[in-house]
Design a protein around this ligand. Structure first.
Ligand SMILES: Nc1ncnc2c1ncn2[C@@H]1O[C@H](COP(=O)(O)OP(=O)(O)O)[C@@H](O)[C@H]1O
Ligand SMILES: [Mg+2]
Length: 587
């Protein structure tokens, strides 16, 4: 995957905005509530003037009554507005989270295998969890700051201007200084936010690996090594977080200092004004309270960049995933059930420009219902070859066709509907055995079909010994089952899918010879009347194949039937001899 350059803040925010716009009505409620909060708070400080001058100084009970009432009204309004703000912004934030999460997940489903080959899982997982939350947090806090805090500052400013224009003028000197601080701080914020998110991805990666690989860690006493890896990733995370905290704290401290200086100035000027009889006690109190009211919002406005940049960095990492190209699926031909004539014509393939070609000039043909066995040393490209048929990867050159139609012209869904796949590393999902067997056709799989497949794949042999039978949970990736049991479920899954083309990539590698013989019957049953591409590490399984090819360094070096190849006394015969001697010695 090419690393795409970071997008501009405005572009990212523009894109994020589209997640907010569907919630216009709630948005309006939020804005109105926030505006109300700002006005009410300013009203509160504005009331201090009459409270002071007309009740306390003038010793009037009448005014005290209406001011008390006004206070009650103000606090009720403030409560309602605060509630409205919290709830509506919370709603929008959670909606943005859900939308982003669903979209990124959907993207993960349709990204090509190549994408996942090039990525570590940890950072991908932390984007789904941490980054998504970060975006919403940022959106809500930025909106709150932009609306409520800015309005509060304006309203407070209005109160100040109303009670004492002269004092206000002096305070205004401070504004450009604050603006400058805001700008300077912003630059640092995005850089740190970016690094924090990256290092968090590394933390999840290491953790994920030791959780999955806890046997290896134990067996190789990898504790110190793993701890060091975590310390590295976590140390980076801590360092960047501390930098962010430092910058933010510095920003707050400087803003407060500036504020403090302006307060000193105000007090001095106020003293002079009152000496000239042009400022009452009430006006001063109101003015001073309004200034205080500004302090928190101004502080948050200074920090808006931190929230903004954190969100931008997080959102951009999500958009980067969304901008990745999907699996190519331009085919338009919908086939129902193919006959299963498979043809590779001068197929060439490599995993990337850096690595050389893995397969070169592969020509082969498997007639409907026949079996092609692929043998060769490990790393010779057998798995790669069969992975091209379901189009897990795109060819570099040549073409693969089924019943004469290029697989590129078929829709991916109809192509894959026609192929059953049993691989060496069986991936089971954290669900029951039954649901794993019926994977892909959940819900519409008749009970008797399920049982028949389970029986044929010898799944029932062990399922019946478990307390919940086929409803037993298999654990994360099927960890609660043995390798052989997992493979039997995978074979049952393929049986149940009943596709005309079958790929068996070392499908019995985790079985001992005796279980393999028993499963072999199931496999023979499965292979009957199906086009089968089989890779087997035990050559006894391939002897009956209609055709055998020997792969070596990505090319076909021999092909023919078992008898022909033995007679030829080349690669295959050598492999066969080697295998035969090891089999007799191990049994
Ligand atoms: N996802 C991948 N990305 C890059 N290289 C790969 C990938 N999978 C396999 N390879 C490389 O391709 C070659 C063939 O691998 P493979 O088809 O798995 O061989 P076999 O199944 O015959 O053991 C090997 O050199 C291997 O390192
Ligand atoms: Mg392989």
């Amino acid at each position: 995957m090419n690393k795409r350059p970071a997008a501009a803040t405005s572009v990212v925010y523009g894109r994020l905005w589209r997640y907010v716009t569907p919630h216009k009505l709630i948005g309006v409620i939020a804005v109105v509530s926030m505006a109300a909060t700002a006005i009410v708070e300013a009203g509160l400080v504005a009331l201090l003037k009459p409270l002071m001058d007309e009740t306390i100084v003038a010793r009037s009970l009448e005014t005290a009554k209406w001011i008390s009432l006004a206070f009650v009204g103000i606090f009720i309004a403030r409560g309602i507005a605060g509630f409205g703000t919290e709830v509506s912004l919370g709603y929008i934030g959670r909606s943005v989270i859900s939308d982003l999460r669903r979209q990124v997940f959907g993207k993960f489903l349709t990204l090509p295998a190549k994408f996942f080959d090039a990525q570590a899982a940890g950072p991908l997982l932390s984007r789904m969890t941490y980054n998504v939350e970060m975006v919403a947090e940022s959106v809500t806090s930025v909106v709150t700051i932009a609306v409520r805090d800015v309005l509060t500052v304006f309203a407070a400013f209005g109160v100040m201007l109303y009670w004492s224009p002269t004092l206000t003028m002096y305070v205004m000197i401070v504004f450009p200084i604050v603006a400058l601080i805001v700008r300077l701080l912003g630059i640092a914020f995005r850089r740190y936010s970016n690094r924090i998110q990256q290092s968090l991805g590394d933390v999840s990666q290491v953790t994920d690996e030791i959780v999955r690989g806890n046997w290896v860690v134990k067996a190789f006493n990898g504790y110190e090594y793993e701890q060091a890896r975590l310390d590295e990733a976590d140390g980076r995370n801590r360092k960047q977080n501390l930098k962010l905290i430092n910058v933010r704290a510095l920003g707050v401290a400087v803003t407060q200092l500036v504020f403090g200086l302006s307060i000193a100035l105000v007090v001095y000027v106020a003293g002079r004004l009152s000496a000239q009889n042009s400022l009452t006690a009430g006006e001063f109190i109101s003015f001073f309270a309004a200034m205080m009211l500004m302090l928190q919002p101004v502080r948050r406005i200074t920090n808006v960049n931190a929230a903004l940049q954190r969100g931008v960095a997080a959102a951009d990492s999500l958009f980067a995933i969304m901008d990745e190209g999907d699996e190519e699926d331009q085919g338009t031909v919908e086939i129902d059930r193919v006959k299963g004539n498979v043809r590779f014509a001068s197929v060439g393939f490599s995993y990337g420009d850096k690595n050389g070609p893995v397969l070169q000039n592969i020509d082969l043909e498997v007639r409907s219902g026949q079996t092609l066995a692929i043998v060769g040393h490990s790393g010779s490209g057998k798995s790669t070859l069969v992975s091209l048929l379901p189009r897990f990867y795109e060819l570099d050159s040549g073409d693969i066709s089924i019943d004469g139609t290029s697989i590129k012209d078929l829709t991916l869904a109809s192509l894959r509907d026609n192929i059953s796949l049993v691989t060496q590393d069986v991936v089971l999902f954290n669900d029951t055995m039954a649901n794993n067997l019926a994977y892909g056709q959940l819900g519409d799989c008749p009970e008797e079909d399920l049982l028949r497949a389970a029986e044929a794949a010898h799944v029932l042999d062990f399922a019946n010994e478990m307390p919940d039978g086929l409803d037993t949970m298999v654990g994360d990736r099927g960890i609660l089952l043995s390798g052989g049991q997992r493979q039997r479920i995978a074979i049952g899954r393929a049986l149940l899918k009943n596709a005309p083309i079958l790929i068996l990539d070392e499908a019995t590698s985790s079985l001992d010879t005796r279980s393999e013989r028993r499963i072999q019957e199931a496999l023979n049953e499965l292979m009957k009347n199906r086009t089968t591409l089989v890779i087997a590490h035990r050559l006894s399984t391939v002897e009956n194949a209609d055709q055998i090819i020997v792969l070596h360094d990505g090319g076909i070096v021999e092909s023919g039937t078992h008898a022909e190849l033995i007679a030829k006394n080349g690669h295959y015969a050598a492999l066969h001899r080697m295998q035969f001697s090891s089999e007799t010695s191990s049994e």
